[in-house]
Design a protein around this ligand. Structure first.
Ligand code: UN1
Length: 505
């Protein structure tokens, strides 16, 4: 008689993590994770979960909330501190795995893991500072105070461009406030979120407190945003998807925090240090292949220095080396997938034809040697761009930058503010008065002086105005306002009937 086939234990990454267990998806479906630098390389399969998987995870999170909410915040913080240590120990390994699935260079993926570590320590510290306040009550012998309360089950939907940092921005503050979470990582980069959650598990997060359901937005994501037991949705991604998320969240009164697109500007005044400015724009526009919501995608430059600046920028862009992010010779990695590549190339066509801007360098897919196996786009600079053009208005999310000339400071501000987004902006100038004035005049959530539009730090609020978001801020202590609700408490120690007291007023 033939022996029964040995049961092969599925890898953790082929499972969802629900109620403290790695479980295969009830949907029975999977998605394949590919290396964007070489699409021949599969990095394994992950669940393509359905509504029944999400239901299971939400039920576990709902149950775990009953006890987790009662764990004192300083105790919850101890787990986070431990997770920070684990992330630090495994930083190189996690950075390498992120470069494989996301494409950005090792320096940037190490930065991504570091941002998660920073967030871990920062938010763990908040475990001893979940301050409320007291105030005077209207009556004598009465005490009034206000405390933060956890919200319940939080549904988190995260993007692929910062596949560990952004999950950390959401999971950690949710946990410190006493909530439980179900996270659906981006389908292009689930592994980095799995790595992050593994660190939390090793640090001792109890079963059901953190759950991962991997899958697509249309199925797993939609099931999460529609689930009646999910009290809060926190989403980072495109403005179009954010609108869908917000609409379904509104249907059952969910708290909803959205972090969406950007069309960030670097303003270069006639007195700027051009070398500094060029370096800033190169890093801001082409770092992470331009796939940051904070990417510098517009440069507004004073007409007196425009020619010189553009020549320096084009020279710098031409020197950037495209390649696999694992090589220390690479400056710019691939874009995330074939669809993104064709969208970006589509915008380059719009820039050349419809907008009739001047293509100064780049403009093509790079296919030399092994690059043909990946999704590489040459760093692209357009000059002669007018503020109304589509390449100057729409988020391209790729290595494409538009140089727009301005006549003076007021002109620069008008162009800077003339887009629907409001995430990040910067000014290069040696005039401190002007720098301070710009701080006030620019309508964005983040502003830099003599630095690029990228590089936000975790202990300051992160988020944008206008169509970039819906008024919330991640990072800083302000993130606690997303993940907790205020409870006002009145203690009457007069021992008198309330009615009598009111009459005495
Ligand atoms: C994003 O692009 O979605 O400030 C986040 C920065 C990074 C975070 C970017 N710390 O560029």
């Amino acid at each position: 008689m033939a022996k029964p086939a040995a049961k092969i234990k599925p890898k953790n990454t082929e499972c969802n993590y629900i109620d403290g267990q790695w479980v295969t998806p009830l949907s029975g479906e999977y998605l394949e994770n590919y290396n964007p630098a070489d699409a021949r390389e599969s990095l394994g399969r992950f669940p393509a979960s359905g509504a029944e998987d999400v239901n299971r995870a939400v039920a576990a999170a709902k149950e775990a909330f009953k006890t987790w909410r009662k764990v004192p915040a300083p105790r919850r913080a101890e787990i986070l501190f431990k997770a920070g240590e684990i992330l630090l120990r495994r930083k190189d390994e996690f950075a390498e795995s992120m470069t494989r699935e996301m494409g950005k260079v090792l320096k940037e993926t190490s930065g991504d893991v570091q941002e998660a570590i920073d967030m871990t320590y920062f938010i763990a510290g908040e475990g001893r500072r979940l301050h409320g306040f007291t105030t005077k009550a209207e009556l004598p012998n009465k005490y009034a105070m206000c405390v933060r309360e956890p919200i319940g089950v939080c549904g988190l939907i995260t993007p692929w461009n910062f596949p560990m940092a952004i999950p950390s921005w959401k999971i950690l503050p949710a946990l410190i406030c006493g909530n439980t979470v179900v996270i659906k990582p981006a389908e292009d980069t689930p592994h980095s979120t799995y790595n992050f959650v593994e660190a939390l598990i090793e640090a001792g997060v109890p079963a059901g407190v953190v759950n991962i359901v991997s899958g697509y937005g249309e199925t797993a994501g939609a099931a999460l945003t529609n689930h009646p037991d999910v009290r809060l949705i926190s989403f980072t991604g495109s403005t179009d998807t954010g609108r869908i998320v917000a609409t379904s969240a509104a249907q059952n009164e969910k708290i909803c925090s959205l972090e969406m697109g950007g069309k960030n500007v670097v303003m270069i005044m006639e007195d700027a240090d051009l070398e500094l400015a060029v370096e800033g724009v190169l890093w801001g526009a082409f770092g992470t292949s331009g796939q940051r919501c904070t990417a510098a995608s517009r440069v507004v430059v004073h007409k007196k220095v425009a020619k010189k600046f553009t020549a320096m920028l084009v020279e710098g862009a031409g020197k950037l080396r495209l390649g696999n992010g694992l090589s220390n010779k690479t400056d710019v990695g691939p874009v995330i997938n074939a669809e993104a590549m064709s969208k970006i190339l589509g915008y380059i066509e719009i820039g050349k034809n419809e907008d009739k801007a001047k293509l100064m360098c780049g403009g093509n897919r790079a296919t030399k040697g092994d690059l043909k196996y990946g999704y590489f786009i040459e760093p692209t600079v357009f000059a002669g761009v007018k503020p109304y053009m589509r390449i100057a208005q729409e988020e391209i999310f790729g290595p494409v930058v538009s140089v727009i000339e301005c006549n003076n400071y007021d002109d620069a501000i008008e162009i800077a503010n003339g887009v629907k987004y409001g995430l990040s902006a910067s000014i290069y100038t040696r005039d401190t008065n002007r720098a301070f004035k710009a701080m006030e005049d620019v309508q964005t959530g983040i502003f830099y002086v003599n630095a690029s539009t990228i590089g936000a730090e975790v202990h300051l609020p992160f988020g944008g105005t206008k169509s970039t978001g819906n008024g919330h801020r991640e990072g800083g202590t302000q993130v606690l306002d997303i993940f907790s609700e205020w409870k006002s408490i009145y203690v009457d120690y007069s021992g008198k009937l309330q009615r009598a007291q009111i009459d005495n007023q």
